[in-house]
Design a protein around this ligand. Structure first.
Ligand code: CP
Ligand code: NVA
Length: 319
């Protein structure tokens, strides 16, 4: 049996979390369940498990971050571990090869939380340090930690995602891809409405659709934002210009203008539809103040749940 077979058979827990697809459905569900328990314990002021006692976790961030960095710092601390922050100039590949950075860290720390550009850099890092727990804190391709928090937020509102419809309006980017993997794995439909040329990329669709089928979920890509939100239980958007794409900003503002989530678009969604955004939001661009500050908005619940889901994820990886 190779590693993938042993994972599928449930013999191994994941070593790395580069993608939602590194988790089997039962593990995703277990992670969300544990996150809910940890959230309740924290609110009650009771101590939960501390699986990182006397362990160190390195943070390497090559792009800015408020939420991911802060929540991992707090998460590691609350799980009994210690964070070491690595400055970007020693991070991935500038001073020495990525594989050498990984082989060094593997000798010192339990886990590395990495935010970088090309997803392949994380894969190279993971291959060089198989004993290290590696967590994707966002790449150009995926943002799986965000999707964990998003799913917990929806579960809290609905009990289960099974049978629900989530509409993602905008760029078929890293956040959209991880959301698609997670939401469909939990039995919901994800519709993504994007302008031509900004759809979820072809090579990412087939594996998501295959997992979705197995779980009773669906992935639907479309052009029209009004059709996407029609009857949806949640409307999700993200920035039009992701980190690293700043040179395209002027062009993207024009192309994405019809995809703004405003009161008219929310009115076309189902009664009681939630508004979701991973943050940071560019208010007045992809979402209006009126929507993000409305009763429908759960964006700060999503942000809070980054902490609880990442604590649960680290606990799972520490098993
Ligand atoms: N949503 C999110 O990942 O936020 P940061 O970029 O601030 O970490
Ligand atoms: N798509 C955005 C998400 C930020 C959390 C980016 O990559 O910049």
């Amino acid at each position: 049996m190779d590693h993938a077979d042993r994972r599928r058979a449930g013999i191994m827990t994941p070593t790395h979390f580069l993608s939602i697809s590194d988790l089997r459905r039962v593990e995703l569900e277990a992670c969300l369940r544990l996150a809910g328990e940890m959230k309740a314990a924290r609110a009650a002021g009771t101590r939960h498990v501390r699986p990182l006692e006397d362990r160190h976790v390195a943070l390497l961030f090559e792009k800015p971050s408020l939420r991911t960095r802060s929540t991992f710092q707090v998460a590691v601390h609350e799980l009994g571990g210690h964070v070491i922050e690595l400055p970007p100039e020693v991070a991935l590949g500038g001073r020495e090869p990525i594989a050498d950075v990984a082989r060094n860290l593997e000798r010192w720390v339990f886990a590395a939380i990495v935010r970088t550009f090309a997803h392949a850099r994380l894969e190279e890092f993971a291959a060089a340090a198989p004993r290290l727990r590696l967590v994707n804190a966002l790449t150009d391709a995926e943002h799986p930690c965000q999707a964990l928090a998003d799913c917990l937020t929806m579960q809290e509102r609905w009990g289960t995602l099974r049978g629900r419809t989530v509409a993602f309006v905008g760029d078929g980017n890293n956040v959209a891809r991880s959301l698609a993997q997670a939401v469909t794995m939990l039995g919901a439909t994800l519709r993504i409405a994007s302008p031509e040329g900004y759809e979820l990329q072809d090579e990412h669709r087939a594996p998501i659709a295959a997992e979705a089928d197995a779980a009773g979920g669906r992935l639907e890509l479309m052009r029209d934002p009004v059709a996407a939100v029609d009857g949806a239980d949640a409307v999700y958007t993200d920035v039009w210009t992701s980190m690293g794409q700043e040179a395209e900003d002027a062009e993207r503002r024009v192309i994405f203008a019809p995809y703004q989530v405003n009161s008219n678009l929310m009115a076309a969604a189902g009664d009681g539809a939630l508004f979701m955004h991973c943050l940071p939001a560019h208010r007045g661009d992809e979402v209006t103040d009126e929507v993000i500050d409305s009763e429908a908005s759960v964006v700060y619940d999503q942000s809070e749940n980054r902490l609880h889901t990442q604590k649960a994820l680290l606990a799972l990886l520490a098993q």
